[in-house]
Design a protein around this ligand. Structure first.
Ligand code: FES
Length: 576
């Protein structure tokens, strides 16, 4: 609805009346549409991240066609709006560098155009977070349609989990237990169908978390991309967006603190990606919802992992859908959810749990027999991470959660690659690998490099996990005892820049601490690593310049400082 004239559509600011400007707005849009298209019929943008260069989202044009049918059926006018898309495996230096740009561009195009509501079509890792950040800031009625995971591929009879098995197989090659030729042969089996990664990586996590937030029709997230029920859900979504305009149901009425509570419980129960932490903090920041890093620990700790999916478990996303999907998972933890948090349908999320069933108790465990007892994100602090760092205990080795070890420090990912397999590198199984220069400013863009591959010589000895510490992120498909999102990052003056090879690192996950065992006076005397400083990106122009100047740290969501908050949907002036 028009914020200035309740009861009237926002698009009537463009199309209403008989003056020259209304003529211009209508005439250029007619193109076969009847006059009724511009009088009282909601204009619905279908913001799609379909792109051949985002292979996980390449099918979204077909999904958009079903949304169009639903919008028409409900009396609206569907309008395709291609928005910035990000292929996680393709864009350099990292898709995270562009998440905020995608969010900003989408927000501005929704605001600038004669739009009353929007369907948001995303899938690959950054696309749903960017769309939700945009929708939160422009605050027009909005519903997410997750593009869905791909079907499970197999190689020589063994299911392949996207990402997770790439890391596993490549480590096997380095360890000498898999031939390079077999590794290459598995390549064509990894991606069996349309859709996003089939592990509980970031794309799967954010699709399910978006449903837990209330922004997806309950029960739709996790529907495999090739499943015709996804198109049925897309059709229903088109109808729903039109209905939401009549009810004036906007992101701000759906996305409350209670919604974020539900998202955090979900993140733990599904054993989801640590990337959800920065995305949820950024979305909350757009809404003015007071969500902190500590909320993830406070709300998520003790929530059991109920979903037996890679990388924490065994199965894949189409198994989760077959077993009952997210609603069946959430039924097990209903008492932990906010009973009042609404969904886009206008009904609370918990309303949808009563009829949910677990059809496979191996894939979706009961509360009494969880996969793991604690799926939460542990938030660590200490003299290495004054503003915080995170670790996912469920992905870590239990014996490493309390650990003391000598640091082996790398000043950049290039430094790491150059030295990690050097036979003369002084590194042992109980060493702590420290990688810096990989934060939001330092890389720039905070890439997924924190799960550093282990030294070849240790792999050959059978070592499969070590403590790793980094100011970057980690792929949701990865695993290991990795302390990541260290804030402030080295490039922003964080103490990670002061650590030297040979310092003793003390990790105490139960105590929520990560420290370097060096006296404070000694640390104060040290100067930051000049090699790391010299390696910091210092872009001259363009988005990277803007990004480096304005990006916030991991503990607040890595948004740009001037994008935090909301501008609503008002536009100040006519275009002619
Ligand atoms: Fe797109 Fe994994 S690369 S979801």
């Amino acid at each position: 609805m028009d914020e200035r004239r309740p009861g009237r559509l926002r698009s009537s600011q463009w199309y209403g009346g008989d003056d020259r400007n209304a003529y211009i707005h209508r005439a250029w849009m007619r193109r076969g549409l009847p006059p009724s298209a511009f009088s009282g019929r909601p204009q619905i943008a279908i913001a799609t991240t379909a792109s051949d260069l985002t292979p996980c989202n390449a099918h979204l044009n077909e999904v958009a066609a079903s949304v169009r049918n639903g919008v028409y059926e409900a009396g609206g006018i569907p309008l395709d709006l291609p928005v910035v898309s990000l292929g996680e495996t393709q864009v350099r230096p990292t898709a995270m560098l562009w998440r905020n740009m995608a969010a900003m561009a989408t927000e501005e195009m929704l605001r600038a155009n004669p739009i009353d509501g929007v369907a948001l079509l995303g899938g690959c890792d950054k696309t749903i977070p960017a769309l939700l950040m945009a929708a939160a800031s422009v605050d027009l009625p909005a519903v997410v349609i997750p593009g869905g995971p791909m079907l499970t591929g197999t190689f020589r009879g063994t299911p392949l989990g996207c990402g997770t098995d790439v890391w596993r197989l490549s480590e096997e090659v380095r360890a000498g237990t898999l031939s390079a030729a077999d590794f290459t042969r598995s390549e064509s089996s990894m991606i069996r169908s349309r859709g996003h990664c089939n592990t509980m990586g970031t794309a799967s996590t954010m699709a399910l978390v978006a449903e837990a937030l209330g922004t997806v029709i309950p029960g739709l997230a996790g529907t495999p991309a090739p499943d015709s029920r996804l198109l049925e859900g897309a059709h229903d979504t088109g109808r729903l967006v039109v209905e939401m305009i009549g009810a004036d149901r906007r992101p701000r009425s759906v996305l409350t603190k209670g919604s974020f509570r539900n998202a955090i419980v979900t993140l733990a129960a599904i054993g989801g990606s640590t990337n959800a932490v920065v995305h949820l903090l950024a979305i909350a920041g757009r809404l003015g919802v007071e969500l902190t890093l500590d909320d993830f620990d406070r709300i998520g700790s003790g929530v059991p992992v109920l979903v037996d999916l890679l990388p924490a478990g065994r199965y894949l996303m189409d198994d989760l859908h077959r077993a009952g999907g997210l609603l069946a998972v959430l039924r097990e933890v209903e008492d932990l959810l906010d009973p009042e948090a609404l969904t886009v349908t206008g009904r609370p999320l918990v309303d949808y749990l009563g009829k949910a069933s677990r059809w496979d108790s191996e894939v979706i465990r009961s509360r009494a027999e969880p996969l793991m007892g604690d799926g939460g994100i542990a938030v660590l602090r200490g003299n290495l991470a004054p503003a915080g760092a995170v670790v996912k205990p469920a992905a870590a080795s239990p014996q490493l959660l309390r650990h003391r070890g000598r640091a082996v420090v790398f000043d950049s990912i290039e430094d790491f690659h150059a030295r990690i397999d050097d036979p003369d590198l002084d590194v042992h199984a109980d060493s702590v690998l420290v990688l810096r220069g990989c934060g939001p400013k330092g890389y720039p863009g905070m890439p997924e490099v924190s799960n550093m591959p282990l030294p070849k010589k240790l792999l050959e000895q059978g070592v499969r996990d070590m403590v790793r510490i980094c100011d970057g992120r980690m792929s949701g498909t990865a695993y290991g005892t990795v302390v990541l999102h260290v804030a402030p990052e080295a490039a922003a003056g964080g103490p990670l820049a002061l650590v030297r090879t040979g310092d003793v690192i003390v990790l105490d996950v139960p105590g929520r601490r990560v420290d370097v065992d060096v006296p404070a006076e000694e640390l104060a005397r040290r100067t930051p690593s000049q090699t790391t400083i010299a390696g910091f990106a210092n872009p001259e122009r363009g988005w990277e310049r803007l990004y480096v100047d304005h990006v916030l740290q991991a503990d607040t969501g890595v948004d740009l400082d001037f994008l935090v908050g909301s501008s609503g949907s008002r536009v100040s002036r006519e275009s002619h």
